[in-house]
Design a protein around this ligand. Structure first.
Ligand code: NDP
Length: 307
């Protein structure tokens, strides 16, 4: 019986932790499955400059444990494990860790998103052998080396700037000359003498046998190919929602994001979603936290109405 919870939160970014803070504080018995990366994507970022309350910014890996401690203070329980299966077909809902079953009267999905890959065989083969999706985690290994960041958004600019702390030279490679990055982040990268921005280039192949030694690039306008020598390739081309677990259980949109039907409620009453898993528009820490709060309030109200 101890495995029965009022709210099971799946995922532990700003959305999941905020949902846990609100649910715990509302006296709901709450369990959070934190997954393989407790704290989520923000634990792989550096300075978060736009989370209200921190006028000088705060490091992502510092912010997330504080959110967790705040949720613990209100009684939320945690498991740093990946849920392996869910069953939302009957109430109460079932959530599994292997053979172990957990029962939730309501569920809040906040599994976020994961790094998008280019889809090249060579990228897969050389993953963790110079190919990385996390500059914060792996930048250290590229001291005095040349690396490339793929992408033209804020993540690419941020990772590129961060990598100049280690690398001698950083290429930022974007498939068009139209950068999604905000002006301030783009200018910061353009003004960094260690960074060279290559617009209109696509990665055709990651070169190297045992580890990355270069990239073959294809010009997106002329089709011409060229090669550059690098030892690390960092992908910063956006994220895809982590929803494989629920694809037969709740409605998703054509890109795999959770469809919200009634505020934060999914197509299954009693199952709610918050954060990047249901948001392809804002994708900010603060909007994720806000939607985690909303999901918790919605879950509490739903529990009261459906006891
Ligand atoms: P974005 O969606 O903003 O940018 C993705 C980039 O990757 C684009 O340049 C896109 O090119 C490119 N891309 C996508 N798919 C491919 C592909 N298959 N091959 C090559 N290039 C590809 O994602 P970000 O992760 O940069 O940012 C997400 C959100 O997070 C944004 O709202 C951003 O502002 C925010 N953010 C804020 C930060 C901060 O303020 N400190 C730091 C990091 C992110 P194209 O334009 O051609 O599609």
């Amino acid at each position: 019986m101890s495995n029965i919870y009022d709210v099971i939160v799946i995922g532990s970014g700003p959305a999941g932790y905020t949902a846990a803070i609100y649910s715990g504080r509302a006296n709901l018995k709450t369990l959070v499955f934190e997954g393989w990366q407790p704290g989520g994507q923000l634990t792989t970022t550096t300075l978060v400059e736009n989370f209200p309350g921190f006028k000088d910014g705060i490091q992502g890996p510092q912010l997330m444990p504080v959110m967790k401690v705040q949720a613990e203070r209100f009684g939320a329980e945690f498991k740093a494990s990946d849920v392996t299966k869910v069953d939302f077909s009957t109430r109460p809902f079932k959530v599994y860790l292997g053979e172990e079953e957990f029962v939730g009267k309501s569920v809040i999905i906040s599994t976020g998103a994961k790094a998008r890959m280019l889809g090249l065989d060579s990228e897969k083969r050389l993953f963790a052998k110079g190919v990385s999706t996390c500059a914060t985690c792996d930048g250290f290994f590229f001291r005095d080396k040349t690396v490339a960041v793929i992408g033209g958004g804020d993540s690419a600019m941020e990772e590129g700037s961060f990598l100049t702390k280690f690398a001698n030279k950083v290429y930022i490679i974007n498939r068009t000359d139209n950068f999604r990055a905000s002006d301030i982040m783009l200018k910061r990268a353009q003004g960094n003498e260690k960074i060279e921005i290559l617009p209109n280039k696509m990665v055709d192949e990651v070169l190297g046998d045992a580890k990355v030694s270069g990239l073959r690039l294809k010009d997106s306008q002329s089709g011409e190919t060229s090669e550059i020598d690098i030892e690390g390739m960092f992908l910063a081309i956006g994220h895809i929602p982590v929803t494989d677990l629920y694809k037969d259980q709740i409605e998703l949109d054509e890109h795999g994001f959770v469809l919200l039907k009634d505020f934060t409620m999914t197509s299954v009453p009693g199952v709610f979603a918050a954060g990047d898993v249901a948001d392809d528009r804002y994708r900010q820490a603060i909007t994720s936290a806000g939607s985690g709060c909303m999901a918790s309030i919605d879950a509490k109200k739903w529990l009261e109405d459906n006891q």
